[in-house]
Design a protein around this ligand. Structure first.
Ligand code: CP
Ligand code: NVA
Length: 303
């Protein structure tokens, strides 16, 4: 039996494969817009396990599967036996007998790895506390729609060294862009992720000076100051306040620079209202591309 094609993290999939998944997503988007949608997943079912809230991931995966001809089963973590202690290994074995792929959103990255270890069908990371690779596929697609190839371009991350920041580091290496990380020293990107980037020769620089990081950027991106599961909200906001993306910082960037945010957003916290709702913001294209990029992921995993 051949090994399932898991989509666990961007640094777990080769650069060539990521590019071909993205190309597939672009083709599927074009076909859908022309009303000539491909339906390669007729008869296939995706199980989705949610142990954390979601709007975009949940809807875009369900709509994506249906557009590809397949179906979904949505499992609220607490409403399953997994939620009351059935092992991840047994859950993986059970689901593998019913469905053709499993997507999980969980706080615990080890659960994702265990699911992938014991499942005989592909497992997709729908966000953990450590990373959010599906969001990055949509972000790269969106960048390239607006600005052309991302290779060699400058991307600036302003904010928490969280799961999104980690996936941006992975993406910088895999897609060949320059990443400037402006993060508070109290909320760093994990050292092992930076070590991986350095070992892979990625163009990733770290600063605590957001102005410096924003200079000449082609894309400025941020995320909420308090992620799902974070407890120390007040303290985090204090650390992150100097990293807010505002019009002055956007003006430091390249004149055609764009702004992105994975959402949900908190206006006038991590980004000012004029920026997120302004002409440089491409957040609604970014939202839409969750659907198209993930259709590429789903079709690749189950092909
Ligand atoms: N960006 C994102 O993953 O959104 P949801 O939490 O709504 O799925
Ligand atoms: N960093 C955020 C991303 C939400 C899509 C969180 O984990 O809550």
């Amino acid at each position: 039996m051949t090994a399932p094609k898991h989509f666990l993290d961007l640094n777990d999939v080769s650069a060539d494969t990521l590019r071909s998944i993205l190309d597939l997503g672009v083709r599927l988007k074009a076909a859908q817009k022309l009303g000539k949608a491909d339906r390669p997943l007729v008869g296939k079912t995706l199980a989705m396990i949610f142990e954390k809230p979601s709007t975009r991931t949940r809807v875009s995966f369900e709509v994506g599967m249906k557009q590809l001809g397949g179906d979904v089963v949505i499992m609220d973590g607490q409403g399953t036996q997994l939620g009351r202690g059935e092992s991840v290994a047994d859950t993986a074995r059970v689901l593998s007998r019913y469905v053709d792929a499993i997507m999980i959103r969980t706080d615990d990255p080890q659960k994702l790895l265990d699911l992938a270890k014991y499942a005989t069908v592909p497992v997709i990371n729908g966000l953990t506390d450590d990373s959010h690779p599906c969001q990055l596929m949509a972000d790269v697609m969106t960048f390239e729609e607006h600005q052309g190839p991302i290779k060699g371009k400058k991307v600036t991350w302003c904010g928490d060294g969280n799961n999104m920041a980690v996936s941006f580091v992975h993406a910088a290496q895999r897609f060949g862009f320059s990443l400037s990380l402006a993060v508070p020293k109290e909320l760093p990107v994990p050292q092992k992720v930076l070590d991986w980037a350095a070992g892979e020769g990625a163009d990733v620089t770290l600063t605590h000076d957001a102005d410096e990081a924003c200079k000449d950027a082609n894309l400025i991106v941020t995320d909420c100051w308090v992620s799902m599961g974070d407890k120390d909200a007040e303290q985090r906001c204090e650390y992150l306040e100097p990293f807010q993306v505002d019009a002055r910082r956007m003006a430091l960037a390249h004149e055609n620079a764009i702004f992105m945010h994975c959402l949900p957003a908190h206006r006038d916290e991590e980004v000012t209202t004029d920026v997120i709702d302004g002409s440089q913001s491409v957040i609604w294209d970014e939202v839409e591309n969750r659907l198209h990029a993930q259709k590429g992921v789903l079709a690749w995993c189950m092909s």
